[in-house]
Design a protein around this ligand. Structure first.
Ligand code: CA2
Length: 150
């Protein structure tokens, strides 16, 4: 069975490639999604994309993933460091979640060094630029395939 992965991009990630390329690189969100789509196909998986600047919409989409996705790859953006609601939504679905960050949040400002999401994530990838998403996707699909085969 094809593993269905929901990819969620949090607030401001729609600005990728347009501002702050020294921190977040030059690829746009569209470029990253196209790359992930190709990689998912190579892995025999299927991806669906969602971006929102609104915490409530992200919570809603996570809840909506129950029954329509086997796993979630999420870059919660700034909500990483503030959102009990996104953490609770992840827990409520019971779906495996991989947290991805373009930058290495642990070598940035103190306030970025706390993630509300990591403690409920299957794993996290941080600091590899757009490649963090690709690495996260591979890890998640690998986990789901092993689980399905066991
Ligand atoms: O490194 C990451 O992926 C972050 O999740 C990105 C968030 C930041 O708040 C987290 O601490 C780490 C910010 C996303 C903002 O993206 C922009 C992209 C281009 C221009 C401006 C913002």
């Amino acid at each position: 069975m094809k593993q269905r992965i929901l990819v969620i991009h949090g607030p401001n990630l729609n600005m990728l490639g347009k501002r702050e390329p020294e921190i977040y690189g030059s690829l746009t969100l569209g470029d990253i999604n196209t790359k992930l789509g190709r990689e998912a196909e190579e892995l025999g998986a299927q991806v669906e994309f969602f971006q929102s600047n609104s915490e409530g919409e992200i919570v809603g989409r996570i809840q909506g993933a129950m029954g329509s996705a086997e796993g979630i790859l999420i870059n919660p953006g700034g909500y990483t460091h503030t959102s009990v609601a996104i953490r609770d939504a992840i827990l409520s679905t019971g779906l495996p979640v991989v947290e991805a960050h373009i930058s290495n949040i642990y070598k940035r400002e103190d306030f970025r060094q706390k993630s509300f999401i990591s403690g409920v994530a299957l794993g996290i990838v941080s600091g590899f630029g757009a490649e963090s998403y690709s690495l996260g996707l591979r890890g998640l699909v690998d986990y789901l395939e092993k689980k399905a085969g066991s």
